[in-house]
Design a protein around this ligand. Structure first.
Ligand SMILES: O=C(O)CCC(=O)C(=O)O
Ligand SMILES: [Fe+2]
Length: 352
């Protein structure tokens, strides 16, 4: 076995304990009141909204079942992902991502300047996706990102697109439930995503790792967007920092469920009522793991700031407004190389 590449080694305080607690209590929420029209009655929707609200407040993470996403579409993309990553590095690199075209294959991503033990394939929900050229606030130039189409497996692009459409539908439904749980109109968030959303889907492959006590599949982080809808396979490895006691707990895989987490944008919109929770991915010395997160992101020109309805004199806004596209461009840049400074975070906009 070769030397341990120091680029992957986490600082001692961030290394995973191999015997972390399995969280049995991460809320599992049944979405049938909104997906199955025969059971839909106002009181069951009301109950559902309450469940979503408590899960967002207490965990920032939950799983959903009866979500309406056809299982065959999930099987198709999972199978396609295995086939894609099963190719040689040379084949995969034919659709490599670059700093200026961040969709495609990539195997040297860093989280908080430590390399992740994984390879990814990123695909924008909208092709083209409009985005600022730079993160400089005075630079008004707009560019666009487009997707790459792997040659193998056949029709992979079509399979991904079909699945992404379902991810979007589910995300819109979840945003309605979250809006209602905050006492807002169900469609309050729609305008931010209807036109020009910057969402993307990521296929993750975590190969077996000879030193799971030193490296992580994804280092600790919070998701920057509004919502993340994650499909994880049966291997498991996702860990969430439990709000109640700040312990790292494992999220047990549930077949055909999706793991949902609140991202930084909802934290800002809700003025900290709902927090974006830290999570990370452990690797496994024996098994490879696949996961597919969908990151629901608003249009680049969205000014992210605490909602007026949720702030007043007694509860003033806790964040200064920021432009989503600028934030995103800055973040993407920092994912490409190890830097000596921390990348952009919402707390940089926090009003002291
Ligand atoms: O693979 C997973 O379970 C989660 C990945 C993740 O947190 C991310 O890509 O942001
Ligand atoms: Fe994440």
């Amino acid at each position: 076995m070769g030397e341990v590449d120091p680029a992957f080694i986490q600082d001692p305080q961030h290394r995973p304990k191999l015997n972390t607690i399995q969280a049995e209590d991460i809320p599992v929420i049944d979405l049938s009141p909104i997906t199955n029209h025969s059971v839909s009655d106002p009181s069951s929707v009301e109950g559902l909204v309450k469940e979503i609200g408590s899960a967002c407040k207490e965990w920032g993470f939950f799983q959903v079942t009866n979500h309406g996403v056809p299982f065959t579409l999930r099987q198709n993309i999972e199978k396609g992902s295995r086939m894609f990553f099963g190719q040689t590095l040379q084949e995969k690199r034919k659709v490599s991502r670059s700093e200026f075209s961040p969709s495609g294959y990539y195997e040297t991503e860093h989280t908080k300047n430590v390399r992740d033990w994984k390879e990814v394939f990123d695909f924008q929900a909208k092709d083209p996706t409009f985005i600022p050229v730079t993160s400089d606030e005075h630079d008004d130039r707009i560019t666009h990102w487009t997707n790459q189409s792997p040659q193998y497996p056949p029709n992979f692009r079509g399979i991904i697109e079909e699945y992404v459409e379902e991810m979007e539908k589910l995300s819109f439904k979840l945003m309605e439930l979250i809006a209602m749980s905050l006492g807002l109109d169900a469609k309050r968030f729609e305008e931010f995503f209807m036109k020009d959303q910057t969402s993307f889907i990521r296929l993750n492959h975590y190969p077996p790792c000879p030193y799971p006590h030193l490296a992580l599949g994804v280092g600790r982080h919070k998701d920057a967007g509004a919502l993340t809808v994650l499909a994880q396979d049966e291997v498991g490895g996702l860990q969430v920092k439990r709000k109640a006691d700040q312990e790292w707990v494992r999220v047990k895989p549930t077949p055909d469920a999706y793991i949902i987490n609140v991202g930084d944008i909802i934290q800002v919109w809700s003025n900290d009522l709902y927090e974006s929770v830290e999570h990370r991915v452990m690797v496994n010395s024996q098994k490879e793991r696949f996961s597919i997160p969908f990151f629901f992101f608003p249009a680049h020109y969205t000014q992210v700031k605490p909602l007026e309805e949720l702030t007043d004199e007694k509860n003033p806004p806790k964040y200064r407004p920021y432009k989503w596209g600028k934030f995103l461009v800055r973040r993407k840049g920092s994912n490409f190389k190890k830097q000596n400074v921390e990348n952009i975070q919402i707390y940089h906009y926090k009003i002291a």
